[in-house]
Design a protein around this ligand. Structure first.
Ligand code: TTP
Ligand code: MG
Length: 357
């Protein structure tokens, strides 16, 4: 059965967040990274800055030479993390099979999805619109039947890109694609391929599996497959997640048991909500308390069953609070975490569905 994979990648991510938060930067060459006068590097830059040949990981001293008018901004990671969480929350509205590759990109397997929508094109468009509405940030999407093609598709028309590659188009698309654009073929390999007259997919296709393995080792197998549109890697949400938790540091130290409990309840409710969205459950609940004098304690309890229910968590936490000095000693921080995490039941793929775009 053909899968339906969407790859979403935010455009000029850090720079777009900066431009959104300071509209005066709109249309200008914006560089997020180190200072242009020190030995720093470019994290990313706006598409306007890219016209000057500036790119990620370039020394800022070179960037400023290429574009003296560029506006340099120090990264604000908190803002990027916030946007990243927002887009992930949107992804989980559609499927549990979300595989983030970094803060700004993820694969989604929407073969079956929470909306019961068959068209992956429609879903991808809806996701892009939601991202725009929620974050006011630009993103690109690629839709295809495997990860490799979905990733290439999302990169194809950036920024604000959208591309679908259906199975019938894959062969021709890949034959005409520049080898440099093949995700997974690094710069050094491209150089070697050029020496063997491999510039496009169709040139790569002339080499047998045995030849490619003898040239590139194990990776030769991968190259042989991807140029034929074969990539069986699954979208996996099985990140090794050991715990799921949140904590709050109070603006001032608090003595009141009620006030502290209200904060604990808030955190717990966010944890329950987050875990339910991701379809994960935990069995051990830990309460962390840091007192005004920075003394820190943790109290844990293991439940009989795995849970992501707010009520079950809070019932256990009430017992844990009794084992602390909350109410008797001022508190500066509280945290709650669930560990022994398991994935919830992944949606079973039931039917042999036609590949509808
Ligand atoms: P990318 O998705 O590679 O780049 P981008 O989102 O800035 O631009 P686009 O996808 O439109 O080509 O990386 C996402 C963010 O990760 C990027 O905004 C900044 C950060 N990053 C670095 O800090 N250093 C790097 O070398 C790279 C590649 C990215
Ligand atoms: Mg990006």
């Amino acid at each position: 059965m053909n899968r339906k994979i969407i790859h979403i990648d935010m455009d000029a991510f850090y720079a777009s967040v900066e431009i959104r938060d300071n509209p005066k930067l709109q249309g200008k060459p914006v560089i997020v990274g180190g200072s242009p006068y020190k030995r720093g590097v470019v994290c990313t830059c706006s598409y306007e800055a890219r016209k000057y040949g500036i790119h990620s990981a370039m020394a800022t001293q070179i960037a400023v030479k290429r574009c003296p008018n560029a506006i340099f901004i120090h990264p604000r990671f908190e803002a990027y993390h916030k946007a990243s969480r927002q887009i992930r929350d949107i992804f989980y509205e559609y499927t549990n099979l979300v595989e983030p590759l970094s803060l700004d990109e993820a694969y989604l397997d929407v073969t079956t999805n929470h909306k019961n929508i068959k068209s992956a094109t429609l879903l991808a468009k809806e996701i892009l619109a939601k991202i725009k509405k929620k974050t006011q940030l630009p993103a690109s999407a690629g839709v295809s039947y495997n990860k490799f093609l979905a990733k290439i598709a999302s990169d194809y028309n950036k920024p604000n890109g959208f591309k679908v590659i259906i199975p019938e188009q894959a062969s021709e698309f890949l034959e005409n694609l520049d080898i440099k654009k093949f995700y997974g073929i690094g710069k050094k390999t491209v150089k070697i391929m050029h020496q063997y007259n491999i510039y496009k997919g169709k040139d790569l296709k002339k080499y047998s599996r045995v030849q490619l393995v003898s040239l590139f080792g194990k990776m030769g197998n991968f190259y042989y497959d991807i140029v034929r549109g074969i990539d069986l890697r699954e979208v996996t949400n099985k990140r090794e997640r050991k715990s799921y938790g949140k904590e709050t540091t109070f603006e001032e130290d608090i003595l009141s048991k009620d006030r502290i409990f209200t904060e604990i309840a808030k955190i717990t409710s966010l944890i329950a909500e987050g875990m339910q969205k991701e379809g994960i459950k935990g069995r051990t609940i830990t309460l962390k308390v840091k007192y005004y004098d920075f003394q820190q304690i943790t109290r844990s309890i293991s439940l009989e069953n795995y849970t992501n229910s707010y009520q079950e968590m809070i019932d256990a936490i009430i017992l844990l609070v009794k084992k602390t000095e909350i109410g008797r000693k001022k508190v500066r921080l509280v945290g709650v975490a669930l560990s022994l995490i398991i994935e919830g039941k992944l949606q079973a793929i039931q039917l042999k569905l036609p590949f509808i775009y």
